[in-house]
Design a protein around this ligand. Structure first.
Ligand code: FES
Length: 104
């Protein structure tokens, strides 16, 4: 089973199982990681915002224009910011590291 790592806003690292085909948002919810995802993956909010580790960012498929537009609304946007509901787990992403953005 692939795994991935969430770095919570207080710096806590959480390594969790990351079943193939699930989005980062779904994986977060499965493990009680505090990522909101208000629209449940329909690209209508930016509350699933995560900051991808710079080493991993190039390995992800490029964001769609809709994702980019939504990200523009995210608080604390960074260069490697993505929407967690749009990152789907694949073998190639085994070990993925994402950070939860600061909320204040
Ligand atoms: S959950 Fe709303 S855009 Fe990802």
């Amino acid at each position: 089973m692939p795994h991935m790592i969430f770095i919570e806003s207080d710096g806590t690292r959480r390594e969790v199982d990351a079943p193939l085909g699930l989005s980062v948002l779904e994986i977060a919810h499965k493990h009680g990681v505090d990522l909101e995802g208000a629209c449940e993956g329909s690209l209508a909010c930016a509350t699933c915002h995560v900051v991808v580790d710079p080493d991993w960012a190039p390995k992800l498929t490029a964001p769609t224009e809709d994702e980019e537009d939504m990200l523009d609304l995210a608080f604390g946007l960074e260069k490697t910011s993505r929407l967690g509901c749009q990152i789907v787990m694949t073998e190639a992403l085994d070990g993925l590291v994402v950070r939860l953005p600061r909320t204040a």
